[in-house]
Write a protein that binds this ligand. Structure first.
Ligand SMILES: [Cu+2]
Length: 269
């Protein structure tokens, strides 16, 4: 095989992995079908590669990312007539982890239909934060470790977004490592100061493709999640100045930034 042929094959493979050509039949009478929402984590123009990828933020600080996890919950979709369907709440909590490829495909059951809008929460709503542990199952269960360290045991609820990594810009910690740690949560509950970092995100799917949900297929809404926004959004975050951000007033600036991470790249129907 000559080199051009190999390049062509590669290009064909890349595009075929993310598109389908068959026509989609009209929707049936409200039977439930699977909608997949893909959270494809990137850093600026680059793919996110845990530990090995090297990135530079707007402040000019070079960093690597070693951990990225966030909760997606309370998913709803809206069709062309403005009719909304909200996934039953008990089936609507997901923990997206860069370490776990399967977790990046959030799958919900919604009635067959063509959906123009997708809405979800980044974080965990305040009601669920304060429910009895028996109502906080699956990825919300701190007693089983399924929450992957995303729960603050001191009455402040869940960590919605956790990103950690290394940067020479960060001061050395007692073990001599230069790390940054952003653990962002706060549901406006009874902890003082009151901080609410729950973000509701609505995405218009029309420009990059509505989701045609049908049984027997699996429409996939492919979102890009640019974590560079955490540093480069409206609040410019310097690792040198803020190597560790947890439950503090500054966390609200990071949360405003992470609300802007999501763009819709395309839909595979
Ligand atoms: Cu895709």
């Amino acid at each position: 095989m000559n080199r051009i042929y190999i390049v062509l094959l590669t290009v064909v493979f890349i595009f075929s992995a993310c598109s389908r050509k068959e026509t989609v039949e009209p929707a049936g009478n409200g039977q439930l079908a699977t909608l997949s929402v893909q959270f494809d984590n990137i850093v600026g123009a680059k793919n996110l590669q845990l530990n090995t990828g090297v990135y530079v933020n707007a402040t000019g600080e070079t960093f690597r990312i070693s951990l990225l996890q966030y909760y997606i919950s309370n998913i709803s979709v809206q069709d062309a007539n403005g009719k909304a369907y909200t996934v039953p709440q008990d089936s609507s909590y997901f923990l997206v982890s860069e370490e776990n490829a399967a977790s990046q495909f959030v799958k919900v059951r919604v009635p067959e239909g063509d959906y123009q809008r997708l809405t979800f929460t980044l974080g965990v709503d305040s009601l669920r934060n304060t429910m009895d542990i028996s109502k906080r199952t699956g990825v919300l269960d701190p007693s089983t470790g399924m929450d992957n360290g995303m729960y603050w045991s001191w009455n402040s609820g869940y960590i919605f977004f956790k990103m950690e990594g290394a940067s020479d810009a960060a001061p050395a910690d007692p073990s001599g490592q230069h790390k940054f740690r952003y653990h962002i949560g706060g549901f406006g509950g009874y902890s003082a100061p009151t901080i609410n970092n729950i973000k509701t995100i609505t995405i218009d799917l029309r420009p990059a493709g509505v989701a045609k949900v049908r049984s027997g297929r699996e429409a996939n809404v492919h979102l890009l999640v640019d974590v560079m926004q955490v540093f480069n959004g409206r609040t410019k975050v310097s690792i040198a100045q803020n190597p560790t951000v947890m439950f503090s007033n500054f966390s609200t600036g990071i949360a405003d930034n992470y609300a802007e991470m999501f763009t819709h790249d395309h839909t595979e129907n």
